[in-house]
Design a protein around this ligand. Structure first.
Ligand code: SOE
Length: 379
């Protein structure tokens, strides 16, 4: 298959930028049969859409996503708008026969995500969810190490995602970026925003989660709402932590918060197995720590692998060994894999079914925290 892949983007915030950059860069470093073309960007505010289009090279703008979905010159609708818009746009796009890419979390809850997964399956259209951290080369290398059986039986999985940007009481809720604090728009707080990343990576690396026991807290319970100017209750979870049991028998702890002073985006994971352990840290994302108990005794120790060599995932396409890449490249890799999947007639993961699997876990976490009991994750 050759030709273009005509992109219609909804939303021009932080993620709109990350996705646009990825669509532009992927064909330059990972040539495939189809080349993404930035046909149109959609935002309610025309001036914002026009400024965004000028910066990123979109050919046209729309102010109503329905008009974008109706356009015959668009192949793929990319949803980078707030969470409360995901389901309606994705379902309409699939019904119109468009491919659909959606920012995480897929839905505000599993019921929304199930409707979206059903819509793309019914329409038979290619789809993906932007869980980008799977495609950080060090995380992809972790997956390869596990698949090769180098850790043996997995005993423990440990993940956390710590930030500190909502500690101020003066921070309002609602509006650009701050919709993440408004439950009606976001669906939940750090559970859907941050733990969802940890859960997606965990499901990919260690298989399904069977049950969870969670606790959560809202530290600041009232904030001014940007859109109304009035003080309104805050109902999102500011911090969320849970214990989990994976289907493979391993035990896990997960934690996320926006109240960990000093931490900006500290996503870390550690996995302990029978023969070895691995650890990774987003603040040092090009390194993977690996301990192999089968190494010769006197020389045994943690290796800090600088994941920049040609035989590391994705790295043969970038610079020369030793020169590292960063956050934005995880999105580039996702587009590259999606394009290759289209060439080969293969679905990309994570697709909407995977997005639903994560939402089923986050729903279970929220229910467990609310009801103060262990909750079985619905399959
Ligand atoms: C929140 O601060 C946020 O931007 C998330 O929404 C992203 O998904 C995460 O990757 C970084 O943090």
């Amino acid at each position: 298959m050759g030709g273009t892949l005509n992109i219609g983007l909804v939303g021009c915030g932080f993620m709109g930028r990350a996705h646009s950059n990825a669509f532009l860069q992927a064909p330059r470093f990972f040539p495939a049969g189809r080349v993404p073309v930035l046909r149109a960007v959609c935002a309610r505010n025309r001036a914002s859409a026009e400024a965004f289009a000028a910066t990123w090279g979109y050919e046209s703008v729309e102010t109503d996503w329905r008009a974008l979905v109706a356009r015959p010159d668009i192949d793929l609708i990319d949803i980078a708008s707030p969470n409360d818009t995901h389901a309606e746009i994705a379902i309409a796009a699939a019904a119109a026969g468009k491919m659909v890419a959606c920012e995480k979390p897929l839905g505000r809850n599993a019921a929304e995500a199930a409707g979206m997964a059903e819509a793309v399956a019914r329409a038979g259209v290619a789809n993906m969810v932007w869980y980008n951290y799977r495609r950080v080369p060090a995380v992809s290398l972790a997956r390869r190490i596990i698949e090769e059986g180098r850790l043996g039986q997995i005993f423990h999985y440990r993940a956390k995602f710590l930030q500190d940007w909502t500690i101020s009481r003066d921070l309002p809720q609602g509006g650009a970026g701050l919709w993440r604090l408004d439950e009606a728009v976001a669906g939940s707080g750090v559970t859907g925003d941050l733990l969802a990343h940890c859960i997606d990576t965990a499901l990919w690396l260690n298989g399904p989660i069977a049950e969870v026991s969670a606790m959560s807290e809202t530290f600041i319970r009232e904030r001014t709402h940007t859109l109304t100017g009035a003080t309104a209750p805050v109902t999102i979870d500011d911090a969320s932590a849970f214990l989990a049991r994976f289907a493979n028998g391993s035990l896990a702890t997960f934690e996320a918060t926006r109240y960990a002073r000093g931490h900006k985006a500290l996503y870390t994971l550690e996995i302990n197995g029978e023969h070895g352990s691995i650890a990774w840290d987003l603040h040092d994302l090009h390194r993977l720590q690996f301990f192999d108990h089968r190494d010769e005794g006197a020389l045994r120790g943690w290796r800090s692998i600088h994941v920049t060599d040609g035989d590391h995932p994705y790295m043969d396409r970038w610079w020369v060994p030793g020169l590292q890449i960063g956050y934005e490249h995880s999105f580039v890799h996702q587009v590259a894999d999606f394009l290759r999947g289209l060439d080969e007639g293969r679905a990309l993961v994570p697709d909407f079914r995977d997005g639903l699997a994560t939402d089923l876990v986050t729903d279970a976490v929220l229910a467990s925290a609310r009801e103060r009991r262990w909750v079985t994750v619905t399959a």
